[in-house]
Design a protein around this ligand. Structure first.
Ligand SMILES: Nc1ncnc2c1ncn2[C@@H]1O[C@H](COP(=O)(O)OP(=O)(O)OP(=O)(O)O)[C@@H](O)[C@H]1O
Length: 645
């Protein structure tokens, strides 16, 4: 199952309404058919599911491992408590203000926090939870370790939430709303952006996604959700003390998300329910095995072991396992021949409705420089990595309608040069201008907004995303729907989503990839992945296109089609820079060739001039240059094109 189901206006409507009614009916049926004790348990599981949803949002969607959940849960609980007990506020107003405070704090802390990665981020966010715990445990105004009581139950439209049944229904209605919002978010532009960030930050930034801003917004949203859970807790238990807001809760919520599956919001729901069932099972069986005294320690031991087993065997959790089984089922039930059909990949450009593509390009390129005008110019670019000078004073121009090939031996600085042009790296010296605008110090997403798109030497696709979703990420800057409008779709946001999906389909069609639209992009062959990246770059309608070794993994027919595609892009006025080791391709496709050696420019000229230049032959083409194979006499090698900054 792909993480990126697409959204259309038909996706919202009666099916969602029916889903909501079924959700409420099931929750109400459970609440009213059981006793106070189990309804109370159901209410607690609802709160844990809500906290799990917050974690899935920030960790599962955006890939940022945060354990700040204890602290924000506590902000909601203590905020509601203090405002209602000390100032006599109504519960709903206290809940709203606490959520706003948690959101503001989340937003303020997000930027410094998300400079950290992996376990450093986990440690820092865990420290936040611990600091909050120490604060409320020692401060006088929070009642210290004794806590605070006297909280009033929640009242809504004259109804007072007193019974466990009412708490359960309220909690699960809130869970349902957040679940729906998160499912909607995942289907839209902002959800795709988060999944792209999770998958590959450099590629996400190159597609125009503002990574820092997206992370800050998702952390804010997660803080608001956890804070609401805290407020609900306070108004249901009517007493708060520090223990529920510490380390143990953070780990329990992590356990829920891991058990259920981080990738889907359903994981939080399933994880919370299954974890509670496991608790019940252990409570029922452990005393007879270990004796009553060891039950607490035994619980923790069993849960810890379970966490390790899940992480080793099924890191995508129960929902991941269900999805894998469903995929397997689909494969067996699929009509014979369909799979083979999906495998067969028409060469790029062959099934492209060229008139449609040209029409779209013509629309997109209104107002851009005329053929031959300089679109991108770089002056004296230099980049050092410690003692290594990767690029040393390189200057170049790319003109509208031309294909400029950059060639040179391995390690000559070609990829570094592209990273400098695209904003993925900041130069130590020199400047870059696009359409006269100085983009030298801009970040990759800002450069992308100046109509520069790129592909990577090693395809940078996104885990769990299908081909259509991957390409739609490239259209990020063509849309404007933000997180809130993605989560609560409106007619306008759905319309925009349909437009982006159409744009992605057009780009896929142009590359001959339409039949692969539903396939997991990372499961494709290297050549197909390279083409998906080109489609992702093209859907942004760039003025400058940078291709890093696009021929790697392509067969002869696919290379010929790529050549045709480059020519047609040239005719449409795009400025193309292509790094390539395949000399036959370079000589046929390029208008000019820029030869790099040891980070410096060795020669610039037409393919014919460069091909016969003795310095170029000595440095790169060499005696081993084989016109049959078309490859220069140097071994290709792949480097990981991660975030190099
Ligand atoms: N992030 C980095 N840290 C340190 N050194 C780097 C980094 N990126 C590139 N280099 C070095 O800079 C030099 C140029 O590397 P670059 O990848 O730009 O060369 P290239 O011409 O693209 O090579 P290839 O054709 O093999 O891809 C190499 O010596 C490489 O080891």
């Amino acid at each position: 199952m792909s993480d990126t189901p697409r959204q259309s206006s038909s996706a919202i409507g009666w099916r969602h309404l029916v889903g909501a009614l079924v959700w409420i009916a099931v929750v109400a049926a459970f609440a009213f058919s059981t006793n106070e004790y189990y309804a109370g348990l159901g209410a607690s599981v609802g709160l844990l599911a809500l906290l799990g949803l917050g974690m899935v949002l920030v960790t599962g969607y955006a890939g940022q491992f945060s354990l700040a959940v204890g602290a924000v849960y506590g902000i909601g609980a203590y905020g509601s408590t203090l405002l209602t007990v000390n100032y006599g506020w109504a519960g709903l107003a206290a809940m709203a203000v606490s959520a706003i405070v948690a959101g503001i704090l989340g937003f303020a802390l997000a930027r410094p926090l998300f400079r950290l990665r992996g376990h450093f981020l986990a440690m820092a966010t865990l420290a936040l939870t611990e600091v909050f715990y120490l604060l409320v445990n020692n401060a006088e105004f929070t009642g210290g370790s004794t806590g605070l009581g006297g909280i009033r139950p929640l009242e809504l439209f004259g109804f007072t939430f007193l019974s466990s049944q009412s708490h359960m229904i309220l909690n699960w209605v809130v869970v349902g709303i957040v679940l729906w919002g998160m499912l909607m978010l995942r289907r839209g532009r902002e959800g795709r952006a988060l999944l792209a960030i999770r998958g590959h930050e450099a590629a996400a930034a190159a597609a125009g996604i503002n990574i820092a801003s997206s992370k800050a917004r998702v952390f804010t949203a997660s803080a608001v959700i956890s804070s609401i859970a805290g407020s609900l807790y306070a108004h249901q238990v009517l007493y708060v003390n520090p223990p529920p807001f510490g380390l143990i809760t953070a780990i329990e919520v992590l356990m829920i998300a891991v058990l259920g599956g981080m990738r889907s919001p359903w994981g939080a729901i399933v994880g919370a329910i299954v974890l509670e069932l496991l608790h019940q099972l252990i409570d029922a069986t452990l005393p007879s095995i270990l004796g009553n005294a060891a039950v607490g320690a035994g619980q923790e031991l069993v849960m810890g072991l379970l966490l390790v087993v899940i992480l080793v065997l099924r890191p995508d959790g129960i929902i991941g396992a269900i999805s894998a089984a469903a995929r397997l089922g689909r494969r067996y039930t699929r009509e014979p021949g369909l799979e083979a059909d999906a495998e067969s990949n028409a060469p790029p450009g062959d099934d492209a409705p060229s008139d449609m593509a040209s029409q779209r390009r013509a629309q997109d390129l209104v107002g851009i420089p005329r053929l031959g005008e300089v679109v991108l110019s770089a002056e004296g670019l230099a980049k050092h990595f410690g003692g290594v000078t990767a690029v040393d004073g390189v200057s170049l121009n790319i003109r509208a309608g031309e294909v400029l090939a950059v060639i040179g031996p391995n390690g000559a600085g070609k990829s570094t040069l592209v990273n400098l042009l695209s904003g993925n790296l900041v130069p130590n010296a020199g400047s870059v201008h696009i359409d006269g605008v100085d983009t030298t110090a801009m970040k990759a997403h800002q450069v992308a907004a100046h109509k520069l798109s790129r592909t990577f030497q090693t395809p940078c696709l996104f885990e769990g995303m299908d081909v259509a979703g991957t390409v739609a990420v490239g259209a990020h800057l063509r849309g404007s729907v933000g997180m809130l409008r993605s989560s609560v779709p409106t007619f306008g946001s759905l319309k925009e989503e349909e437009t982006l999906a159409t744009e992605a389909a057009t780009a896929l069609n142009r590359l001959g990839l339409s039949r692969l639209a539903d396939r997991d992009a990372k499961s494709l062959s290297l050549g197909q992945q390279k083409q998906v990246e080109i489609a992702r770059a093209l859907v942004a309608s760039p003025r400058v296109l940078l291709l890093d070794e696009p021929c790697a993994g392509l067969n002869k027919a696919e290379k010929a089609s790529l050549m045709r595609l480059l020519r047609s892009l040239g005719r449409e006025g795009m400025a193309v820079l292509v790094i390539e080791h395949d000399m036959e391709f370079v000589m046929a496709a390029a208008d000019r060739v820029h030869v790099l050696n040891f980070g410096s420019t060795l020669r610039v000229g037409t393919p014919e001039e460069v091909q016969t230049d003795q310095d170029v032959i000595d440095a790169y083409l060499g005696v081993a240059h084989d016109p049959q194979s078309g490859h220069a006499g140097h071994e290709d090698h792949m480097t990981d094109e991660g975030v190099k900054r």
